[in-house]
Design a protein around this ligand. Structure first.
Ligand SMILES: [Zn+2]
Length: 228
């Protein structure tokens, strides 16, 4: 929502005094938002009020499996196209005439820090598989779109915009990435790689089903008629 004049904005903030829109949250709304500050921050970062960060530890086994999958299918056309799409996305931002725009600035950072299309694909596949196996923590929809973007944005350290010394320790303020950057990057990945991700998901499900079927046949009871 855009509120045009400072007067209108002030009066809107005064009227915006209901509790936070997240059911069960008693906190007051923040500014012009329909959320309290905690839930506004979750919406900005993860695309929905229930959103939480996926930790490196949570993602670890999915990342290993994704790397393994990509290696085993390295000559598959879709895998090759996805890697070159991500390589292009990451490396071309620096020469874009809009290189100063927030999303391009993030891509330039990732490129300078050496994020390759191959690693980026493994991260995106890992997030997708995380969502398939732990849908309560990462349901499909807006949260998944943000998670695709977040895993790439977090793949390398964020730029420090300010650092200062306080009570004997160095403190840092990192560049803040807005909701729009995350949403646009996530949507772009979903649009381009969505078909491949579903394809990988189906292949892996079939592998698991085949394994279950094999195990079942090993447990078939023997009968006197087995020679026939
Ligand atoms: Zn709240």
């Amino acid at each position: 929502m855009s509120i045009t004049t400072p007067e209108k904005r002030r009066s809107f903030i005064e009227r915006n005094n209901s509790p936070c829109s997240r059911p069960g949250c008693p906190q007051a709304r923040k500014g012009t938002s329909k959320w309290c500050s905690k839930h506004a921050s979750a919406v900005r970062r993860y695309g929905h009020a229930e959103g939480k960060a996926i930790t490196k530890k949570d993602l670890h086994s999915f990342f290993e499996a994704a790397n393994d999958f990509i290696d085993r299918h390295a000559s598959h056309q879709g895998i090759q196209q996805a890697i070159s799409f991500l390589d292009q996305l990451i490396t071309s931002a620096a020469s874009d005439f809009r290189a100063h725009l927030p999303l391009n600035r993030e891509l330039v950072r990732l490129s300078e820090e050496g994020l390759s299309g191959r690693e980026a694909l493994a991260l995106v596949v890992a997030v997708h598989m995380f969502s398939v196996h732990r849908p309560r923590e990462l349901p499909t929809g807006q949260g998944l779109i943000y998670a695709y973007a977040n895993v790439l944005l977090k793949a390398r350290p964020q730029s420090v915009v300010r650092s200062w010394h306080e009570e004997g320790v160095w403190k840092r303020q990192y560049r803040r990435v807005g909701s729009k950057v995350r949403r646009n990057l996530g949507r772009h990945i979903m649009r381009t790689l969505g078909g491949l991700l579903v394809n990988i998901q189906e292949y892996q499900k079939k592998e698991t089903d085949d394994e279950i079927a094999r195990n079942m046949s090993l447990r078939q009871p023997f009968t006197p008629n087995d020679s026939k």
